[in-house]
Design a protein around this ligand. Structure first.
Ligand SMILES: [Zn+2]
Length: 358
């Protein structure tokens, strides 16, 4: 009984304290916010990991797109919305279908640069996906004019127009993409500054695809540096410090990390300035390793060609089937690496994140 009384007094005191501390204007919204925060720090159990098949050593798809054409799939003679034979060019209809598919399969977008840095912010049970576009085609972000405020009006059937509609439709999709440009940027010179600034202000990234879409196998070290440096210089002039130091290798060339020119891509000296590149992208066929895997090499990243080939030759369907056996599934916490205990020896933690095995 005595114990009970002491407890009661303590509870009352604590209670009074709390009441005193609470400002009168505390409204419902504040309390709701507090509850949300509580939800975030809720410790997950092994059961949560098991129920969601959490595996942060699983593979991550980096999708490679080029042009998005304002056409229906029935307008093309090729398979599933491919506009050209190899599916580098796709219809707007096909691109919308791809995005629906990724979302419904539980993929959520992250920035390429965050993936490289090991910052994978995806909710529990969901998987990261990365979108890339090469060649800076005008149909990536087609500007049709300026509004009364002088802001660009974007064609809703260009890639960015479509991405923006998904941003509204599925706010938890975390829509983003990285665009790899050549010297012509997005082929709409009068809007260069407005387009680049709009993209970085709206959560998209710009990377380097060389000044003239050069084949690195066929040039010397000084031309290599000129091709890489000229794009960084151009981006420096328009969006200083707001672009990503990542090069998408034109044609995927030189195909080999040991090639002589690779060192000049990673460490470029151009026009008296030094530029560093943290990653290069190949033309792809398969998903990449988790950034926490011992297999991960950010210098030379594989991509998946985003095209349709009836489920063969590493098209989207084939790759996402393969991923079902080994896809990255998040625990929802950016600070921890959660992996099944069978994979413990495969983890490479450079960021000193907390590793949890189960
Ligand atoms: Zn290209």
């Amino acid at each position: 009984m005595k114990k009970f009384l002491v407890l009661l007094i303590v509870l009352l005191l604590v209670g009074c304290d709390k009441i005193e501390e609470q400002p009168k204007e505390k409204n419902k919204k504040d309390i709701e916010q507090k509850e949300e925060i509580k939800e975030e720090v809720k410790e997950l159990t092994v059961e949560d990991y098991q129920n969601n098949n959490v595996d942060e050593l699983g593979e991550v798809p980096i999708m490679m797109y080029h042009g998005i054409h304002n056409k229906s799939n029935s307008d093309t003679e090729y398979t599933g919305g491919n506009v050209d034979k190899d599916g580098y060019q796709r219809t707007a209809e096909a691109f919308r279908n791809d995005l629906e598919f990724y979302y419904n399969e539980g993929y959520r977008m992250i920035r390429l640069t965050d993936y490289v840095d090991g910052n994978i912010d995806v909710e529990l049970g969901k998987s990261p996906i990365i979108l890339t576009f090469d060649d800076g085609l005008s149909n990536n972000i087609k500007v049709t004019g300026l509004d009364d405020n002088g802001d660009i009006i974007i064609d809703p059937n260009s890639a960015v127009g479509i991405l923006e509609s998904f941003k509204e439709k599925y706010p938890d999709f975390n829509v983003t993409a990285t665009f790899f440009v050549n010297g012509g940027l997005f082929e709409q010179e009068e809007y260069n500054e407005k387009i680049l600034n709009w993209l970085v202000d709206n959560g998209y990234d710009i990377g380097n695809h060389t000044y003239t879409h050069v084949n690195f196998s066929n040039v010397d070290s000084s031309r290599t540096q000129e091709e890489v440096g000229k794009i960084y210089k151009l981006l420096d002039e328009i969006i200083p410090e707001k672009y990503v130091n990542i090069v998408a290798l034109p044609f995927g060339s030189p195909y080999n990390l040991e090639h002589d020119n690779m060192q000049y891509i990673f460490n470029t000296n151009y026009n008296g300035k030094k530029y560093e590149t943290k990653s290069t992208l190949r033309v792809g066929w398969k998903a990449e390793s988790s950034p926490f895997s011992t297999d991960f090499n950010p210098k030379f990243l594989k991509r998946i060609r985003a095209y349709d080939n009836n489920g063969v030759e590493f098209d989207i369907e084939m790759n996402f089937k393969l991923l079902e056996n080994n896809r990255y599934i998040s625990d929802g916490n950016i600070d921890t690496i959660v992996i099944p205990s069978s994979k413990e020896s495969l983890v490479n933690n450079n960021d000193s994140k907390e590793i949890i095995t189960y």
